[in-house]
Design a protein around this ligand. Sequence first.
Ligand code: ATP
Length: 306
Amino acid sequence: IFQLSLPLNFLGSIYRELRQNLLDMEVLFSLQEEHAPAKDIPGAKPLELRGGSIRFENVNFGYHPDRPIFRDLSFTVPAGKKVAIVGPSGCGKSTVFRLLYRFYDPSSGRIFIDDQDIHELQMESMRKSIGVVPQDTPLFHADILHNVRYGRLDASDEEVKAAAQKANVHDTVESLPDGYKTTVGERGLMISGGEKQRLAVARVLLKDPPILFFDEATSALDGHTEAELMRSINTTLLDKARTSIFIAHRLRTVVEADLIIVLKEGQVAEQGTHDELLHKGGLYYTMWLQQASDTSGSPLEAPSIP
Ligand code: ATP
């Protein structure tokens, strides 16, 4: 009995842990309790990756039927490109990710990854291809080693540490009293927003996904921390071709994106490169002027996506 119960207990604890992680992920995206998560349809197929292009086609969606967020929203993120989504607060930037990751399904319209309707795909195969650095990285009540390994559960300690090193958070971790064994998360050691996001970068590095989603923190990190974070993202996550989508609140982080999509009132108000949009003199131009006057110093000198 002893011999048998030991591995069963062990498996049980792994199962509980995985479930807990899943729950934490859901908390992360602030799913409401009454919300029924999307499911695989019968006969769902695995995603066949061919570069990772993303297309929204006439997508309609609202969290509540009487309050539409997207109205026939259509846009394309070309494979391997860096695309920024900007727009006024509450216009639905983060919702784009929630639909792509199938936390919610649109009420009508379709979303494609490499021309495959994500509604017809096995969710797990699709989610495996998408990495996310969220606004506020959830940390589980566990040690840092475990928290970073969540990016890929079979990663060795060495791989976890190498990822942390690349994400520029290794030295900080080593300086903590218990190093990688330091317990963080709920009731654990408090760490700063910038450190949390760098742990998220390390997580995503372990996952190594062809599609990357980066949700810039709304609460401004200080200039130095933001520059550090952007640098570590540029030199690690963006060192190879990945389709990356940046949800940006501060326009200075999107200046060099391949494409900037400006959302307003549930639709694409305009799109183009930074220069094109400035020349156009529309909404982006107005937002740019507004932010330039809000921040001290020239926004053009600030860190940006390569
Ligand atoms: P910000 O720039 O402030 O981060 P955003 O453009 O990313 O905002 P979203 O977070 O996508 O905006 O939210 C779009 C709208 O939907 C907002 O008005 C928000 O209040 C609402 N909303 C977001 N999540 C939910 C939810 N789970 N239930 C109901 N309404 C929601």
